[in-house]
Every structure is written in C-alpha cells, then in structure tokens.
Design a protein around this ligand. Structure first.
Ligand code: HEM
Length: 485
C-alpha cells in the first residue's frame, strides 16, 4: 500500500486523525506523503486521495470497482433500512434509485424549477429587506422551501410549516450524527448488529425511528398521489416518480425514501453554501463590487436577474464555483470502498479498503489554485473574463465539490441553479458588509470557525449587515414577482 503516517501497533493512526477539521491534517500529510497515502484505523485500511487526476483515474475511469460505500451500520442499515441512497452500497436498489433520482434532477428536469427558484430568491430578498437581522434564518428557510417544493410540489413554506420542517430536519440530524465515527459502537464492532433488540436500546430505537420515518415519507408521497387523483398535475419530483413507478421498479417504500433523501442531501448542503457566499462577500468586498458592476451592466436596475442572464453573467457563474471551491461543504465527501484488489501506480489497493477523497485538499491545492485561501472568482475565467475555464479532471466544472464518478451528486444541476439565482438576486438588491460590535468596531468572522454536522460543514453563525443597494430595489422586486405568480 502507499506509505503514510506510521501510527501505533494495533490501533494504527486512530489518534493521529483529529476530530476537528481532519481535512486540514489530511492536506498537511499530502505534503509529506504525496497525493495518495494510507492510514490504518484499528485494522481498517484507508487510502486518502488528494489529487484530481487520481480521483478521476479511480472513481471515473475504474468506477465499476470504486463506487461502493463502506458500511454505515447505524445510519444506513438500522435507521434507514439499507435504502438511504447516499450511504447505500453499490447495489441493485441503489442503481434503481440513482436512475430515478437522476431523471428527476438532470439538467433538463431541473430547468422546470427555474421559475420557482427566481420567485423564492426574490421573496427571500424582500423578507431580508424587511428583517435584515434574520438573513440567515430566511436563507435557510428558503433552501428548505425550494427543495420541498421541487420534491413534493408543496407551496412556499412559512412559519406555520415549522413543525413539519423541524421533523424532517430532526431526521437529517439523526442520520448526520449516526455517521460520526465512534457515535455508535456497532460501527466499530459490527458483531453487535446481531444483538437482539431487547438487549440493545440503540437498535430498538433506531428501528422504531425507521418505521416512523417511513410512515412520514410515505404520507408525503401519498399526498402528491391524492392531488394527482383529483386531476391536479403538480410539477414535482414525486409526481414524476409516480408516473414512472413501474419503469423504475421502485417499491412504495423505496420511492418514499428516495424523495426524502433529496431533502436530506440537498437542504443543508445548499444552505451552508449560501452562508459561505455571505461570508466571502463580507471578507472580500472587492469581489462583491465586481459582481454588482456586472449585474448593473447586464441587468440594470429596472428588472431582476433571471436564468436567461446566465450566459451573460460570467462573473456570477465564476462566483458560484469559487464559493464551492473556497469552502466545500463536504470537505471529505462520503467515503468509498473498493470491491476488488486493484493496482494503481505500482501500489496495491486491497479489496475492502476505504477510500477518502480529500476534496478540501484538492480545492486548496496551491499548484492548481494559487493562494487558495483567497476568494478569487477570476480563477475560473480566461484572460478576457468572459470564458469559463476549468482545471483538467474536474468534468469541466472547475472543482470537485460535488464528488466523482457514478456517485457524483444527483442534485448538482439543481444546486448550481439555486446558487446562481440566489447570489445574483441578493447582490443585485443588497450590499453585504461587516456588522459592528457594541463598541462600534467591525466584526470580522473567522472563516475557519465551522459547524460540522457529520457530513455537512458550514460556517459557525456570524453577524453581518445587509442593506438595500438602491431605493427602487424593493418596488422592482415586488412588481417583477407579482408577474411570476
Ligand atoms: C451545494 C450543494 C451540494 C453539494 C456541495 C453536494 C455535494 C455532494 C457530494 C460531495 C456528494 C457525494 C458524492 C460522491 O460520493 O462522490 C453528494 C451526493 C448526493 N447528493 Fe449532493 N450536494 C449538494 C446538493 C444536493 C441537492 C440539492 C440534492 C438533491 C436535490 C443532492 C442530492 C444528492 C444525492 C441523492 C447524493 C447521493 C448520490 C449517491 O450516493 O449516489 N445534493 N452531494
């Protein structure tokens, strides 16, 4: 295996990997051991990969043996019955779900949600104009709302929907905490999975949660089915799932979980990226001004941005990529497991090895992204500032924040569209600047203070000041949004 940090007998590197910001340590090790090195976590062999080329060679070009996931017994088998697509192995059920998920969120399919994204972004900015202090709450709610609308065709969620959103969020948090290494002993000692439920409270509770959540997700899908039976045709993922049920061969339970998974995978990731955007605008105000100059030149102040403008807004397109590169919300993605012995560059990667792609290490590689801590959208544009450029082996996207190969993020088109229109609308209408403390001094947030929920990493809460850029912004938003109802 490729060499790596030496570790101690039996337990290996278990004490070398920090719980806090492990991707930074992984990135440091890259300097010492190269772009691919191995770790031993109490007998579990792990390979950490830190380069675009290696991830493309393994996850894209050898995807038939690198698309499996390691076992997450509590999160993926007990709490979610083996059908939680994000963590599930490279199985037949995963394939069915993946096909259906991809069909519902492909580039073409995601276009049908564009009017909803424009509306949601505009209404959110209007809310922020009214209550600037609640900007982060509003942005989080907007993300949740867009995904629930896209998945279930629900109208925009508001304060009255809090209980249902909290219920879904609690489900996401439960799974997030269950994948944290060491949270459940069964993931360290798999033999414990055979304990009878009367002896294992964690297992009993996990299975009960699974039953309750299956009921909840099935009810949501049935709600869409009932609307269709009444002759309505909601534009949403579940409606298309119901129409294509037979072709995809999904059971009622699998279809219900597939829809639920879209929210789990898409809500926190997108809202953490929105927070990172605000943070970047605060810390790098010159980029905000350049983006606003582009918006003024292309859109002016008498209408709001739309998706028609995408082709004419290279700086905003680059801004989306730079937010995802600068602060990838899944800095270590989700690990893989190789299903056969494999040889790569003279090294043996034994069957069963866990492979961790260090996305942070790749998006902060100074040879590809000079001064990687500097927020600089220009890195994704050619010298004319109009043509998008991307380093090799990034699928033309410029970064690998959405993952790789057959398991690349299913919702990446939807997420890119949501981020594009939200960034454009916020910057068209608002200025973002540092808030002042009680003594009147500017508060500069530390971008390395983060909240790590298990899979998604976002910035710790920070204050910021949002003000309207020009007096007519509110009236223009109101007028334009009235036209889109
Ligand atoms: C900024 C937003 C997002 C980021 C950065 C992100 C990132 C990721 C990453 C890194 C993975 C793992 C890929 C791999 O293993 O190679 C993933 C998987 C996934 N994402 Fe996203 N995601 C985002 C938004 C979304 C949205 C909006 C949806 C749904 C509408 C979604 C649905 C999924 C699903 C279902 C998977 C599991 C794919 C599989 O295992 O086959 N994501 N995402």
């Amino acid at each position: 295996m490729p060499p790596g940090p030496p570790g101690i007998p039996i337990l290996g590197n278990i004490f070398d990997v920090p719980k806090n910001l492990p991707w930074l340590k992984f990135t440091l090790w890259k300097q010492k051991y190269g772009p691919m090195y191995s770790l031993n976590m109490a007998g579990q062999p792990i390979i950490v990969v830190n380069s675009h080329k290696i991830t493309a060679d393994l996850f894209d070009r050898r995807s038939n043996i690198y698309s499996d996931r390691p076992r997450f017994i509590m999160a993926s088998e007990i709490l979610t019955g083996g059908i939680f697509m994000i963590f599930s192995g490279y199985t037949e059920v995963w394939r069915k779900m993946r096909r259906a998920g991809h069909e519902g969120f492909s580039l073409r399919a995601s276009e049908q949600y564009q009017p909803m994204h424009i509306r949601e972004a505009g209404l959110t900015v209007l809310d922020i104009i009214q209550r600037p202090d609640a900007w982060d709450d509003r942005m989080r709610q907007a993300t949740a709302s867009s995904i629930l609308t896209a998945v279930y065709g629900w109208p925009r969620i508001g304060a009255k929907d809090k209980p249902i959103v909290e219920r879904i969020n609690a489900h996401v948090a439960r799974i997030g905490s269950a994948v944290v290494p060491g949270r459940y002993l069964v993931d360290i000692f798999p033999a414990m999975e055979h304990l009878p439920t009367w002896m294992a409270k964690w297992k009993r509770e996990g299975l009960e949660w699974h039953e309750r959540e299956t009921e909840m997700f099935e009810e949501f899908n049935e709600g869409v089915g009932d609307r269709m039976a009444k002759g309505e045709s909601p534009t949403c993922f579940v409606a298309s799932l119901i129409e294509t049920e037979e072709r995809h061969g999904l059971t009622k339970k699998e279809a219900a979980w597939l829809a639920g998974i879209m929210f789990a995978a898409g809500s926190e990731t997108t809202s953490a990226s929105m927070m990172n955007f605000v943070l970047a605008m605060l810390l790098f105000p010159d980029t905000m001004q350049k983006a606003q100059a582009e918006l003024d030149a292309v859109i002016g102040r008498d209408r709001i941005p739309t998706f028609e403008d995408h082709k004419d807004l290279p700086y905003i397109r680059a801004l989306v990529k730079e937010v995802l590169r600068w602060r990838p919300v899944g800095p270590l993605a989700i690990p893989r497991r190789v299903t056969e012995d494999d040889w790569y560059e003279g090294y043996l990667i034994p069957k069963g090895t866990m492979i961790i792609p260090n996305i942070w290490g790749m998006t902060h590689d100074p040879e590809i992204f000079p001064a990687p801590e500097t927020f600089c959208p220009e890195r994704f544009l050619d010298e004319t500032g109009t043509i998008d450029v991307a380093p090799p082996d990034t699928r033309g996207m410029g970064h690998v924040t959405f993952g790789f190969g057959k398991r690349i993020c299913v919702g990446l088109e939807f997420a890119n569209q949501a981020l594009f229109i939200n960034f454009a609308t916020v910057l068209w209408a608002m200025n973002i600047s540092k808030a002042a403390d009680v003594a009147g001094r500017d508060v500069t947030p530390d971008p390395n203070e983060v909240i790590d929920s298990g899979v998604v990493v976002g910035p710790a809460p920070f204050p910021c000041k949002m003000t309207v850029r020009f007096p007519e912004a509110k009236a223009v938003l109101e007028r334009e949004l009235a036209l889109t109802t």
